[in-house]
Design a protein around this ligand. Structure first.
Ligand code: HEC
Length: 129
């Protein structure tokens, strides 16, 4: 009996520790980070500004918002990709390094936590993958 309890405790401890280390972004913090993007991007509407609307961007192919004039670089980049966590993480860290020739005049987010947080925020405006 005590062995069963011990096993259950180990399992519970593993669950707890794995969730503590998971790369979960903080939506509220991400909303604050998004202030750096909101001059150019809407996320709560499908209207584009200087940049394309980011509503539903998670899981979307890069460069396909209707009516938005993308750079050729972004359209070419997007040909065989979707915006998932990995692509967004790379792009937001270094937009002009990842999509050479992008029209997005943004230096990038230096802090990896800001990137995971803003992605978590963007996800709240995207259908679950
Ligand atoms: C100065 C304006 C500006 C700022 C600030 C800016 N962007 Fe952009 N963004 C753009 C433009 C313009 C494009 C289109 C780029 C192209 O066509 O090469 C774009 C494209 C994107 C795309 C690709 C969208 C698609 O439909 O494929 C994502 C994702 C994105 N931006 C996220 C962000 C995030 C997140 C931030 C804030 C951390 C941010 N941007 C800040 C102007 C901006």
């Amino acid at each position: 009996m005590s062995r069963i309890i011990a096993a259950a405790c180990t399992a519970a401890a593993l669950l707890l520790s794995s969730s503590a280390f998971a790369q979960e972004g903080d939506v509220a913090a991400g909303e604050t980070v998004f202030k750096k993007c909101s001059a150019c991007h809407n996320v709560n509407s499908d209207k584009s500004k200087v940049g394309p609307s980011l509503q539903g961007v998670i899981g979307r192919q890069p460069g396909i918002v209707e009516g938005f004039k993308y750079s050729k670089a972004m359209v070419d980049f997007g040909a065989d990709k979707v915006w998932d966590d990995a692509q967004l993480t790379a792009y937001l860290a270094n937009p002009r390094g990842v999509v050479k020739g992008t029209r997005m005049a943004f230096a990038g987010l230096k802090d990896p936590k800001e990137i995971t947080d803003v992605i978590a925020y963007l996800k709240t405006f995207s259908p679950a993958p």
